[in-house]
Write a protein that binds this ligand. Structure first.
Ligand SMILES: Cc1cc2nc3c(=O)[nH]c(=O)nc-3n(C[C@H](O)[C@H](O)[C@H](O)COP(=O)(O)OP(=O)(O)OC[C@H]3O[C@@H](n4cnc5c(N)ncnc54)[C@H](O)[C@@H]3O)c2cc1C
Length: 315
């Protein structure tokens, strides 16, 4: 009998893995705690007096260097769900019309259940039961964990102590992110600022292809500043980042149309140097950016690698 597979996490790694497994003929269900597609490639819609503005509030752009991912990105470009963004680099790409578009496209042909947080894994004689609050337990012969390292560690503790240790040894850096829209274009020529002070990165979101006209900036605190201010209230963080950005860009901070700060507790992952982990005996696989490195491309490569391993040696 072909084993049924449950993938926990519908970020790029989980969806790349689920896509590969589905192509290999496995029945796959993907569960994600989020309300919609994105994970750390998500986009935030904000209502303003000038209408809706969408911010890429996680990943800002991605590169495609490995041949397999390059082919995937070129296919997405043909489908209109990503485009080059030369302002960020010769090989920089962004989702269009927002960063989550490739995630949406990958999820579309798959069975994905949104708003489903898996809290506990129960090991059975041959397979797993996934427990999520407010939903019937789900049974599967194979479980794939495609979540950030810190969240993987919690689910792995009872079943794979070595995997849990590896995940805990690969912590992610946090990132406070400010999203601000304005009635007028800021008098700043550059679309991107990179710095190693308070602000790590700031970008004019509407300079990316397909974003519309409203002036909108995504301003990310550096990992060091984010860690030092992790528990600060969002309003205080918004004020501090607005001030630091105004100083960096050399502008007065005008009254914004909208202003929101988002705290990513787990933003840029560590690097476990493991590609993807698969135990056919346990029917347990692990993928995600943190197995390779803190980038979009790494998440896709890890998910694809795990699908190949599982298809070659199913549980
Ligand atoms: C602020 C920020 C800036 C970044 N900038 C860049 C950049 O410029 N370039 C770049 O290449 N990369 C960047 N990254 C990193 C990039 O976004 C990630 O490497 C990549 O998106 C990770 O994909 P993933 O599938 O491994 O994890 P995720 O996208 O985190 O997906 C994991 C999914 O698992 C779900 N989940 C977690 N726990 C559970 C559970 N218990 N039950 C069900 N679902 C669960 C989550 O909701 C999430 O959707 C950035 C990330 C952040 C946050």
């Amino acid at each position: 009998m072909t084993p049924r597979i449950a993938v926990i996490g519908a970020g790029l790694a989980g969806l790349a893995c689920a896509t590969g497994l589905r192509r290999a003929g496995f029945p796959v269900t993907v569960l994600d705690k989020g309300r919609g597609p994105g994970g750390r490639m998500s986009a935030r819609r904000v209502e303003t007096p000038r209408g809706q503005v969408t911010f890429d509030h996680g990943a800002q752009y991605f590169t495609a260097r490995a041949p397999g991912f390059r082919a995937q990105v070129e296919a997405w470009a043909l489908d209109g769900v990503c485009a080059p963004w030369p302002a960020a680099g010769d090989d920089a790409w962004v989702g269009t019309p927002a960063m989550n578009a490739p995630i949406r496209a990958l999820a579309q042909p798959l069975e994905v259940v949104w708003g489903r947080r898996v809290e506990t894994l129960v090991s059975r004689a041959k397979g797993w039961t996934l427990i999520a609050e407010g939903a019937a337990p789900l049974e599967a012969e194979i479980v794939i964990l495609a979540v950030p390292a810190e969240q993987a560690a919690d689910l792995l503790d009872a079943h794979d102590p070595a995997g849990a240790r590896l995940a805990r040894a690969t912590p992610a850096a946090p990132c406070w992110t400010l999203m601000a829209s304005f009635p007028e274009r800021l008098p700043v020529a550059a679309d991107i600022f990179r710095s190693d002070g308070v602000i790590g990165w700031a970008a004019r979101n509407n300079a990316k292809p397909g974003r519309g006209d409203t002036e909108a900036w995504v301003i990310q605190a550096s990992p060091q500043w984010s860690a030092a201010h992790l528990e600060d209230p969002a309003e205080a963080v918004a004020g501090a980042l607005a001030g630091a950005f105004a100083e960096l860009a050399g502008v007065a901070w005008p009254a914004p149309l909208s202003l929101a700060a988002h705290r990513w507790r787990y933003a840029r992952s560590g690097t476990a140097d493991a590609e993807a982990l698969w135990s056919p005996q346990a029917g347990l696989g692990i993928c995600g950016d943190w197995l390779i490195g803190p980038r979009v491309e790494c998440a896709w490569l890890s998910g694809q690698a795990l699908a190949r391993k599982v298809a070659a040696a199913p549980a």
